[in-house]
Ligand binder design. Structure first.
Ligand code: F6R
Length: 250
């Protein structure tokens, strides 16, 4: 089932998603959260850090899985997603380092790396997976045409994804790696709950197609329509093309 909620106030949106994560962290003995990088969840991470500083949440027993990474990139590279997650969240909360799982983009054997990642997720199934939607409709780095059966795999990045990477610290488009490694669609769909966040009018067409269009491998994020527990959290701009009455307003 998909529940769509729109927010007029961005901080309330971020707080709402942070609360959903904190609830699972409070309730479960060993909570497992899947984190996304990119610009969209940054406000949520700020709220989680604030809550941690106010002693409202304890991440001691939390396990984290990152969604994706650039191939060929060491996890300490300033533009790696692993570093971005440390800088924007993990280094500011009390999650233990050995419970943070990140794909190694510079592993010698990438197939083995992908296999190991899927095995680790199978051992500790993800309670909440945060997602954003890419400008080509991707989730994680599952680009248009990716099989819905895919597990963690290496991908050729779509030109839109390469372009969007300029928002993530690269100075020049030539510096952006051409390949990524990503949790697969099937991997993502195994999470118990998906929380998809989208903000801004540039996402409005994409959000409409994701929620109201056909479920189609050419538009990977449409797969979320088939998940039994999905929360889609949107700002007013991202929701502006959705049919009235199909979502809750806050
Ligand atoms: C990031 C990821 C991507 C982003 C998506 C949206 O780990 O997997 O799918 O969620 O590209 O990116 P932003 O939030 O920068 O618009």
């Amino acid at each position: 089932m998909i529940k769509v909620i729109t927010f007029e106030n961005e901080e309330k949106l971020d707080q709402f998603v942070a609360n959903a994560i904190m609830q699972v962290v409070h309730e479960k003995a060993h909570p497992v959260i899947g984190f996304a990088t990119g610009s969209t969840p940054q406000g949520t991470y700020e709220q989680l850090i604030k809550a941690y500083q106010n002693k409202e949440v304890d991440f001691t027993h939390t396990t984290a899985f990152n969604l994706d990474e650039y191939v060929g990139m060491n996890n300490d590279h300033p533009c790696s997603f692993a570093k971005a997650m440390r800088d924007t969240l993990f280094d500011h909360i009390n999650i233990s380092t050995n419970q943070i799982h990140a794909l190694q983009g510079d592993a010698i054997d990438m197939n083995e790396e992908c296999k190991k990642y899927d095995e680790a997720i199978a051992k500790e199934p993800i309670d909440i997976q945060l997602l954003g939607i890419g400008m080509d409709g991707h989730i994680a780095y599952n680009e248009p045409g990716t099989s819905f059966e895919s597990t963690t795999h290496v991908v050729d990045l779509h030109p839109e994804s390469i372009q969007s990477s300029l928002n993530y610290g690269f100075d020049r488009i030539e510096d952006v790696p051409r390949r990524g490694v990503s949790q697969g669609i099937q991997t993502i769909m195994m999470a118990k709950q998906l929380i998809m966040i989208a903000k801004g009018s540039k996402k409005a067409e994409l959000v409409k197609r994701m929620l109201e269009g056909s479920v189609d491998e050419q538009f990977p994020s449409s797969i979320i329509q088939r998940h039994e527990n999905v929360l889609v959290v949107l700002d007013v701009e991202a929701a502006k093309l959705l049919q009235e009455g199909t979502y809750e307003k806050r």
